[in-house]
Design a protein around this ligand. Structure first.
Ligand SMILES: [Zn+2]
Length: 666
């Protein structure tokens, strides 16, 4: 299936356009200020030899600058703002000066360990950082047609090909990302080595002999280096007190489950944490760090879409597989697809929160056991749902199944959208479903991975609405927008959607000349009358109820309009009985939105003990609340009012308590 680019689709949507404007006009500039204020950009100045000072941030801090550049490029593709262009240009010029002659760019090593590289791939995110650098280069090239940043990235990518193609099985990054980057680079350059290297990185996972010992040695080595840097910092700051560090908020979880450290070590040393526990064809369940898992699945789906089997033929010769045939068997792409499908099914039916949030184990920022979905300790990192969006988009194009679009929509509106505050300058890192206290939006985090990830996702929204295959048109998402799509002849297609507040959608189709083709329209799972089937999933939400309605006809150049009205009734959803602590509780959803009780709206009740009378529910559009939204009004069994707001809007009015799951009479 062929994708459109975001600039090919113009979005004019009452819900999304203001969000995208905040992203382009506020969020991206706020993020730049934070990167400067927290000295992330200074790290490159120090590496370039242009500034004195001590390197700030974690070893992977470079990635935040690259992700900003990636997001800024995608925003620039839609709004060519000169102020943004000049920030991007100055950063690109700085990266060119900081990059080593052979393409290497990783300020942690360049500043603290010159001449050392690729020494701790499992823990230090060296390849991850190069991945985000390459992604920024691809996005910038796509946005501007310019090659300056892309050429720097090609230098890096060629270095990786030289150092990692046909390398041993321990040569993979602990945090997946480089695989996606290489696939994006392959798509714009058509250079088979990038595809092959991405494939090898994916195939190498889970093949490190005696992994616990390997990890132990990397862990010790990482700690030695960390200690060395700490000592360096201490002596530098003794001489330069003005360079003293500042404290930034960490991930703001309020509650950790018992035995967290032990569970973390168990996951890390057995390889689950970074999906190193089994070869890729055996990874049929989502495990470990949920952002890493999502990036791995995305990369694999991208590789399958690129038809790796044909491309691999181009690259004959030595490969590590050929020397270890007893552990590596060449199997068909079909097996890989089935692995992806099984992992997806397991995630959706047993390891996903009702919001689409992923990661119930905060100690590993990742997946817990089946049905282990405590709403209060939920990590559900914003980046994890973004990783899932990327994966689901690839799966939708790979399989043409509506369930992937459905989950995309659900995670976009809920688990992802909640990550950015209404004004674009505050963020949530982890996204629990119950908050007693201690979780609020922050302007920045010590690990600021989510803000720029949100910005690049929002900027790309146009890309995820339509696609084309064999001259037929797919409508994946109902966002008000217009595009001209080539089905052998140009067709103008326009969506006018009132989602998520009302179910009214109008689609106009106007081919330039009379034309026969099929239009595939996603029927959302939440529109299905068979919601009770949802009981088989842990969360109560089941994207598998979604399907495509196919309209096959000869379309006239006069234009035709299709109108439909999705069912927006309120669904009280129950979790699977195996999910602990959810008996006697429901979560309210309406259309694609999950709702919650926030204490600020419910001063008369204790939101955690209130009993909802499910017969009392009705919805109402409130224009002056949180930018205008549909709230759900109800009553407790003792007749006190309850007001539910969309989950993505919570935490915009100061510190408060919140819960998605509410008690109902048994
Ligand atoms: Zn994140």
């Amino acid at each position: 299936m062929k994708e459109l680019t975001a600039p090919q689709v113009s979005i004019r949507d009452a819900f999304w356009s203001p969000r995208l404007a905040v992203n382009a006009e506020k969020a991206i500039f706020h993020q730049w200020e934070q990167l400067e204020a927290t000295r992330c950009i200074d790290n490159f100045r120090i590496a370039a030899g242009e500034k004195a000072g001590f390197r700030e941030g974690f070893f992977f801090a470079d990635s935040d600058a690259y992700k900003w550049l990636d997001a800024a490029s995608r925003i620039y593709a839609l709004h060519a703002e000169p102020e943004l262009a000049s920030l991007m240009d100055s950063l690109i010029a700085l990266l060119a000066r900081a990059q080593m002659e052979d393409g290497y760019l990783f300020t942690y090593n360049q500043i603290h360990f010159p001449n050392r590289r690729w020494v701790n791939l499992q823990i230090e995110h060296e390849l991850y950082c190069h991945g985000h650098f390459i992604e920024a280069g691809v996005s910038h090239f796509e946005a501007t047609g310019r090659r300056d940043l892309l050429d720097l990235c090609l230098k890096s990518a060629d270095l990786l090909v030289q150092d990692f193609l046909n390398a041993s099985s321990d040569k993979t990054c602990g945090h997946e990302e480089i695989e996606i980057a290489l696939m994006r680079l392959y798509r714009v350059t058509d250079k088979a080595e990038y595809l092959e290297l991405a494939r090898q990185f994916v195939e190498r996972r889970g093949r490190i002999p005696f992994f616990p010992f390997h990890f132990w040695s990397q862990f010790r080595h990482y700690n030695e280096r960390k200690l060395y840097v700490k000592e360096l910092r201490k002596s530098y700051i003794a001489e330069h007190p003005e360079s003293a560090s500042f404290r930034l908020p960490g991930d703001n979880y309020a509650k950790m489950p018992g035995f967290s450290r032990a569970r973390r070590y168990f996951n890390e040393f057995l390889g689950f944490y970074a999906q190193q526990h089994a070869p890729i064809r055996k990874q049929t369940a989502p495990v470990g760090h949920s952002v890493r898992f999502g990036y791995l699945e995305t990369a694999l789906a991208m590789i399958l879409r690129a038809d790796v089997s044909t491309q691999s033929e181009k690259l004959k010769g030595f490969s590590f597989e050929s020397v270890v045939p007893f552990v590596f068997r060449e199997e068909s792409d079909k097996t890989l697809l089935s692995t992806l499908e099984q992992a997806w099914e397991r995630m959706v039916t047993r390891r996903m929160y009702i919001t689409g949030g992923l990661g119930a184990a905060p100690e590993i920022e990742g997946f817990a056991a089946d049905y282990d979905l405590d709403p209060e300790v939920a990590y559900a990192e914003t980046c994890a749902s973004i990783a899932s969006l990327l994966w689901n988009w690839e799966m939708a194009l790979l399989t043409k199944k509506a369930q992937y679009d459905d989950l995309f929509e659900w995670q976009l509106y809920n688990a992802t959208n909640v990550g950015m505050g209404q004004n674009g300058d505050t963020y949530l890192y982890n996204n629990p479903l119950t908050v007693q206290q201690g979780v609020t939006r922050k302007q920045w985090y010590v690990v600021p991975c989510c803000p720029s990830n949100l910005s690049r996702t929002f900027a790309d929204l146009g890309k995820y609405i339509f696609s084309v295959d064999q001259n037929n048109v797919w409508v994946h998402q109902y966002v008000s927008s217009e595009a001209t799509i080539d089905v052998g002849a140009p067709v103008e297609i326009k969506i006018e959607s009132e989602l998520p507040w009302s179910g009214k959608v109008k689609i106009q189709i106007k081919p330039e000349t009379q034309r026969e083709f099929k239009l595939y329209l996603r029927r959302p799972s939440w529109n299905s009358s068979n919601q009770s089937k949802g009981l088989i999933t842990a969360s109560g939400y089941d994207p598998r109820l979604s399907n495509y309605q196919i309209i096959s006809r000869v379309w006239s150049p006069q234009g035709e309009t299709l109108e439909f009205d999705f069912n927006m009734s309120i669904h009280p959803r129950r979790a699977h009985p195996k999910v602990k602590g959810h008996v006697g509780k429901v979560a309210l959803t309406r259309g694609p939105l999950v709702y919650c009780l926030e204490s600020v709206d419910n001063p008369e009740v204790d939101i955690f003990t209130a009993q909802l009378d499910p017969t009392s529910l009705h919805d109402e559009f409130v224009p002056d609340l949180l930018g205008g939204c549909v709230v759900i009004q109800g009553k407790t069994t003792d007749h006190k009012p309850l007001k539910f707001i969309p989950y993505f809007l919570w935490a915009n009015r100061g510190a408060s308590q919140m819960t998605v799951w509410v008690n109902v009479p048994s």
